[in-house]
Design a protein around this ligand. Structure first.
Ligand code: EQ3
Length: 322
């Protein structure tokens, strides 16, 4: 039987337990715009007492510099309006420009705005703002998450801001900026050992990703292969996966720990591996518990891999189908 992405998505689906991350984001989405901005301020500054993101490099900040300079010139009311427009995804020139930024440039933009707010150069949360019960409720829900889940909530809310440019025709795209590299601060993890796993495509994938060698990683996929990032639809085809990896998978430290491999009657293999991933934004201070679900075709190529955030550390051991 031919492998399909739809059926691949269902492998090991009975080991999936609902993640508290989308539930927390759903609560956030119900807040009004000022409450959303305030929530992010309190969540970010509170989190900053224990973990702080690394400053984005100069090359990345340069991509956001034009917008940041425009905002710096504005009155404090105008600055507040820009932030409200971003949070409400309004169609304004700044909100459109932000919508075209890559994920990491969006994060760098807000990182810098946050720094400028702390210095008093950009107006902080709206003047006279009083924390509403809704904000308190979402903050309390956030405090119950582990640090890896908390930074995922922050990341996903920031990524969703700005005007949704996905429906605009290619003629409106600005010239794509080259994605700056993240400097690795920790040594590359080169020798990969995963309890229970000897599959060369999987070991090769982790090794290549840990060296930011996306060409080598892509070569392990079938031409019609797919990669499904957490909470997203599958990205299909080598070219699309390569673009995604260059934008979003740089500088990651992947530390798979254990897995299982089941050979199917047609010779394909289904593997589930659990472990920890670190993002260059927070380095070794935050580990995210994740799983990879691989479908390897009978020729040993990756047809599908889904990356899922685990609901709790206990899920690291949840490898059985029963
Ligand atoms: C200024 C302030 C505070 C207040 C204002 O009112 C509003 C906002 C938005 C503010 C600023 C907020 C800021 C600066 C937030 C910054 C958040 C950051 C830097 C979050 C970074 C998170 C990174 C994460 C969660 C990375 C996760 C990566 C994973 C799980 C990678 C998985 C992958 C694997 C394992 C693969 O095998 C394939 C690739 C893939 C990438 C999917």
């Amino acid at each position: 039987m031919a492998l399909t992405i739809q059926s691949a998505q269902t492998i090991f689906s009975n080991t999936q337990v609902p993640s508290p991350i989308p539930a927390t984001i759903a609560l956030f989405d119900q807040l009004n715009v000022d409450d959303q901005l305030a929530y992010l301020w309190y969540a970010y500054t509170e989190m900053g007492k224990t973990i702080t993101p690394a400053a984005p490099g100069a090359a990345r900040l340069q991509l956001a510099e034009g917008l940041l300079n425009q905002i710096k010139q504005m009155s404090s009311e105008e600055q507040t309006k820009v932030m409200r427009d971003l949070a409400s995804r309004a169609d304004t020139p700044i909100s459109r420009a932000y919508g075209f930024f890559s994920v990491n440039t969006k994060l760098a933009f807000w990182y810098e705005l946050g720094e400028l707010m702390k210095q008093g150069i950009i107006t902080p949360i709206p003047v006279g703002y009083q924390m509403s019960p809704g904000v308190k409720f979402v903050l309390e829900a956030t405090q119950k998450l582990d640090p890896g889940q908390q930074i995922t909530v922050l990341r996903n809310t920031v990524v969703d801001m700005g005007f949704d440019t996905s429906d605009l025709g290619p003629s409106s795209y600005p010239k794509a900026a080259t994605e700056p590299a993240f400097q690795r601060t920790t040594p590359v993890i080169s020798s990969v050992k995963i309890d229970g796993i000897t599959e060369p495509a999987v070991l090769g994938y982790i090794e290549a990703m840990n060296a930011d060698n996306f060409d080598a990683a892509i070569a392990l996929f079938t031409t019609d292969g797919a990669l499904q990032p957490p909470f997203q639809k599958p990205i299909v085809g080598r070219e699309a996966i390569a673009k995604y990896m260059r934008e979003e998978a740089q500088g990651l430290n992947m530390m798979p720990q254990q897995g299982i491999c089941e050979v199917q009657p047609d010779g394909s293999k289904q593997l589930k591996i659990t472990g920890v991933v670190q993002t260059p934004w927070f380095g070794v201070t935050v580990g995210m518990n994740i799983s990879w679900r691989f479908l390897i075709n009978p020729e040993g190529k990756i047809f599908f891999v889904a990356i899922d955030m685990l609901a709790s550390p206990q899920e690291l051991m949840n490898l059985r189908r029963v």
